[in-house]
Write a protein of this length. Structure first.
Length: 406
């Protein structure tokens, strides 16, 4: 703790206080500017309690000023309140958490109080470190899908998933590993008025308008109409993963019109194996390539039906990368058992037994949907493993054995 005005570099900190709306100046001290964008400035701030700066209580404060004049316009205010409403609904480890928001008394600035996280965007990592490996792409995809799953369950679509809107930071539970967070909910839209909330703009209450970044937009987003939905975000994530893995975009065009045409009329989805050099091509997993292809099929009905389904496919890519022979085979056929299956996999895989054996776990991550037949993965797992651990739901077991559970 330090007296007010004593943190963040002395006099420079005092000068920065003027960027805060007046109603916040007695409660926060600006430590340093963090970054700026087209729609605002972000500052690292510390909480002030009874005139004392609490250095351990750090937050991020985003301040947005009017772009058309000294005061924010009604259009700008609607967009900012909508973004805040979305962030308040998305409570997830893999999205930046919003604590509070408001408008200054003179209506010249809008502010967001958020958790403070540090790290580069995926776009910056790609630029500075080069293409991502397959495992890291899958990890990023799984993290973003968890944020999208929460968003979609609130009947909201992000509409601007891309590398520049994904941040890499340290995992608070394991500082040795990266954690990815989805950012920027400024163009999110509600898909069902009765579910999205009164303050949300929806396709039913607003004439269609394109939003997002052209190279990452789905065909239905460019063409407009009622087909825009959750699967549009999954398309954008597929393009994002393709870009991060290969270093290039899957759709091309020398002009905006040419790019638009390639996105909306490509006969078959692009394959990452055709966009990497010979040295990397041989190591690309079939499951990974096929998952990205399925996310970028022009026909909406042929894509993944939900974030959960794409999550299952990507998680299967990690499983497929493991060894040919396994110690334990974990299988499930009911969605509710997936969490238990993953716990078994994550806690057993690569551990060492008292006898010095390295445990390898095969997780059969494909579940039965709508009466589909059992996949080849089941046969591979059961014939290549020493131990079979089936997870069967209580509803299937209890009628057969008559065992009551308290």
């Amino acid at each position: 703790a330090a007296p007010l005005g004593g943190g963040g570099g002395g006099g420079g900190s005092f000068d920065l206080q003027s960027v805060l709306p007046e109603e916040l100046r007695d409660h926060f001290e600006v430590q340093s500017p963090v970054g700026s964008g087209a729609f605002g400035q972000v500052y690292k701030v510390a909480r002030v309690r009874h005139g004392v700066v609490m250095g351990s209580e750090v937050e991020a404060l985003k301040v947005v000023a009017g772009r058309m004049g000294p005061c924010l316009t009604q259009k700008e205010l609607r967009r900012l309140f909508r973004e805040a409403a979305v962030m308040m609904r998305v409570r997830c480890k893999h999205s930046v958490q919003l604590f509070d928001y408001g408008i200054s008394g003179d209506e010249t600035r809008f502010w967001f109080r958020m958790e403070f996280v540090e790290g580069p965007t995926a776009q910056r990592v790609l630029t500075e470190e080069g293409p991502f490996g397959e495992a890291e792409c899958v990890r990023l995809g799984l993290h973003v899908l968890r944020a999208l799953s929460v968003l979609h369950h609130r009947c909201l679509a992000h509409r601007d998933v891309k590398p520049a809107n994904i941040m890499r930071c340290l995992d608070p539970n394991d500082p040795s590993r990266a954690c990815y967070k989805l950012l920027d909910f400024g163009v999110a839209v509600g898909l069902k008025p009765e579910e999205a909330g009164e303050e949300m703009v929806t396709h039913a209450t607003l004439e269609w308008q394109a939003a997002g970044t052209l190279a990452y937009m789905s065909p239905e987003s460019l063409l407009g109409g009622e087909s825009i939905g959750f699967q549009s975000d999954l398309w954008s994530l597929g393009v994002t993963l393709y870009r991060l893995f290969t270093g290039s975009l899957p759709f091309h065009g020398a002009s905006v019109i040419k790019l638009y045409q390639d996105i909306t009329s490509r006969a078959a989805p692009p394959d990452v194996r055709d966009a990497v050099d010979t040295g990397r091509r041989a190591a690309v997993g079939d499951e990974f390539a096929e998952a990205l292809q399925r996310s970028m099929v022009t026909e909406v009905g042929q894509r993944f039906r939900s974030a959960s389904e794409m999550d299952t496919a990507l998680y299967g890519c990690l499983v497929a990368k493991q060894e040919r022979f396994f110690s334990v085979f974990v299988s499930y056929r009911v969605k509710t058992e997936s969490a238990h299956a993953r716990i078994l996999h994550d806690n057993l895989h690569n551990t060492v037994t008292p006898g010095g054996h390295r445990v390898k776990v095969y997780l059969d991550a494909v579940r039965l949907l709508d009466g589909e037949s059992w996949e080849q993965g089941f046969s591979k797992g059961i014939t290549s493993s020493l131990l079979f651990v089936p997870l069967v739901s209580l509803g299937a077991v209890e009628p057969m054995c008559g065992v009551g559970v308290g």
